[in-house]
Design a protein around this ligand. Structure first.
Ligand SMILES: Nc1ncnc2c1ncn2[C@@H]1O[C@H](COP(=O)(O)OP(=O)(O)OP(=O)(O)O)[C@@H](O)[C@H]1O
Length: 585
């Protein structure tokens, strides 16, 4: 987008007047915001990028540049003000937004500040580090005891601090001084604190004068439409398998270890297992011993192994078990004092000891590129958490060829919503895997070492090794896995397209374009309108979940079952009448 000097001068005078009016009104009214948001008065500051900025831009990876260009074009040319991008863990999302913020045009003079929001201290500090590295902008952090004056170009704010119901901390910021809000780990953006902040800045509406940009590795919408309130479009997506192939992320060697602990007895909430219950079943000596022995067998030569445990007591018992078997291990949890945590992390980064055990601390935002082995000893139903845990090992680092993932799948019984490496790849988690080696560790164990209370303690494990994620895909691919997470009668009709008959309510059709799934609804009665539903996703599973929720919300539970379920009693002729080609509508 370019402007002539003449037009630029005139527009600047015009915008100054508007800006003064805003100042006197203090906060933009909706109608003013609409006027201001017209692109003809949006100033193009891309010409103001300094030589230092250009140097930094040259260091960006091709997909990072492409992402920035796509988002700016969607913003300036297509007027999509609230965007979210879907990029895998370790792809450099912080690097991307650190470079993006310099290029976001001010909507009017004086509106040149950027608010970066995140929910964890590590993320705030990482944003500070990267923005300082890539620009000369002044930066302040506003979080808890770190109180910002509010004068800097970039405010990195904790959503907990700024999103409090008492608004003292946020009120020092004048929304008219801001051009953009960046949300790191944007899948959290539906939380009430984020909503309060967005509302305060007037960024809760499509017509906002701000550029609202979020990034996440897991733009998933199991709740159907929730993220749609916050963002209008997923404007860029890159798959983590592509990133591995292009060598921007390191290869994963995956070893699944199936133990015969029966997870079906562990209590769950709608999101994940209940931690206390999980710990009761899984934090047992025999299982911890299997974990350490597996490490010794398969990963002892690795330099930096990160272990995910269930809770504080699990971190303590696993650390002790590693030490008992002669492995130098440290544990960190919420109980660890901050200065001790910092020292342990520093030494782990310097490869001074090989095993670090944690629970819930080193997930999002932890940047320790030397991690070359991940032990998942904390089963989860949350694909978001699962991906975040694996992501800690996918960063590139010199002297690191790949990252070994030891994925403990604690159940021979079928838990359809358990997150495992196959589910990460969108595959059926309960698929029968080939080439399994049976190990019966407990047979070797002296009687006296056996745990006193055995609750489903593992006696056998099955180990399956894959040298890269593509092998898992080769082994487990197939569309039938949709049935594992949806009761509806979805049919695959093309490489990336699926349909579901809603009988007298028409059909839903999912298609994939530019790596994003979209869905259309075609009515049955004439005129047969086709409407695009406001649901998009980067993964088939979350797309199907969202569509299933939409069906329930639209037709009610009873009718949703009758019209869509594959278990419903209705004539199959109806289903087979769907045109099984991928063309046409
Ligand atoms: N263009 C680049 N040049 C060099 N290093 C880069 C580049 N982009 C990213 N990195 C490095 O890759 C690592 C991951 O970057 P970053 O923390 O920004 O990723 P992320 O996507 O935010 O990760 P997460 O989702 O885990 O928070 C960091 O060590 C960072 O320095």
């Amino acid at each position: 987008m370019s402007y002539s000097n003449y037009a630029f001068g005139r527009l600047t005078r015009y915008t100054l007047k508007v800006h003064n009016a805003i100042k006197s009104a203090c906060v933009c009214s909706n109608s003013l915001q609409r006027i201001l948001n017209k692109r003809f008065i949006r100033l193009d500051i891309r010409n103001q990028v300094t030589q230092a900025d250009n140097l930094a831009l040259r260091e960006l990876r091709p997909y990072q540049k492409e992402c920035i260009e796509t988002c700016l074009s969607k913003f300036l040319d297509h007027k999509i003000n609230r965007q979210v991008v879907s990029l895998p863990v370790g792809s450099g999302k912080t690097v991307i937004f650190s470079n993006l913020i310099k290029q976001i045009p001010s909507p009017f003079p004086g509106a040149d500040k950027v608010l970066v929001l995140a929910h964890r201290e590590e993320l705030l500090d990482q944003a500070y580090k990267q923005i300082s590295k890539y620009s000369n902008l002044s930066i302040e952090i506003d979080q808890g005891g770190r109180i910002a004056k509010g004068n800097a170009n970039v405010i990195i704010g904790s959503m907990h601090t700024l999103g409090k119901t008492e608004t003292i901390r946020i009120e020092k910021y004048n929304p008219a001084h801001f051009k953009a809000i960046i949300i790191d780990e944007a899948h959290h953006a539906t939380a009430a604190s984020y909503r309060r902040i967005l509302e305060y800045f007037g960024a809760n509406k499509k017509e906002t004068h701000l550029f609202v940009w979020g990034c996440s590795a897991t733009v998933r919408r199991y709740d159907g439409l929730a993220l749609k309130d916050i963002f209008d479009e997923i404007t860029y997506h890159k798959d983590f398998l592509d990133m591995i192939q292009e060598k921007w992320l390191c290869n994963l060697r995956v070893t699944t270890i199936k133990t015969d602990v029966d997870l079906s007895k562990v209590k769950s909430s709608s999101e994940d297992f209940i931690m206390n219950d999980l710990s009761k079943y899984l934090n047992v000596e025999s299982r911890n011993d299997v974990i350490v022995r597996t490490y010794l067998e398969l990963a002892a030569q690795r330099t930096s192994t990160l272990v995910f445990g269930i809770d504080i007591s699990h971190v303590e018992s696993l650390t002790e078990m590693f030490r008992k078997r002669g492995v130098m291990a440290h544990g960190i949890s919420s109980k660890t004092k901050p200065h001790i945590r910092a020292t342990i992390l520093k030494e782990f980064k310097e490869r001074k000891f090989p095993v670090l055990v944690n629970c819930g601390i080193l997930t999002e935002g932890t940047d320790i590129p030397n991690i070359d082995c991940i032990i998942l000893s904390r089963p989860t139903k949350s694909p978001v958490l699962f991906q975040q845990m694996i992501g800690r090992g996918m960063r590139l680092s010199p002297e690191k060829d790949d990252c070994l993932v030891l994925d403990f799948i604690d159940s021979y019984s079928q838990i359809p919503d358990l997150a495992t490496t196959p589910t990460l790849l969108g595959l059926d988690p309960t698929v029968e895997l080939k080439d399994e080696n049976f190990c019966e560790y407990d047979k070797e164990k002296p009687e006296k070492e056996k745990p006193k209370i055995i609750i489903n303690a593992p006696t056998k494990i099955r180990i399956t090794e894959y040298s890269n994620p593509f092998e898992i895909i080769d082994e487990c691919s197939g569309a039938q896995h949709i049935q594992k997470f949806s009761d509806n009668a979805w049919l695959r009709i093309g490489e990336d397209s699926y349909v579901l008959s809603l009988q007298f309510y028409g059909t839903l059709k999912i298609v994939k374009e530019n790596e994003i799934y979209y869905v259309t609804h075609k009515k049955r009665e004439y005129p047969r309108h086709i409407t695009k539903l406001p649901i998009t996703s980067d993964s088939l599973e979350s797309m199907i979940h969202a569509c299933d929720k939409w069906i329930k919300a639209t037709y009610g539970l009873k009718y949703a079952h009758i019209v869509a379920s594959r278990f419903a009693k209705w004539p199959f002729e109806e289903r087979s009448s769907i045109k099984l080609d991928d063309k046409g509508d």
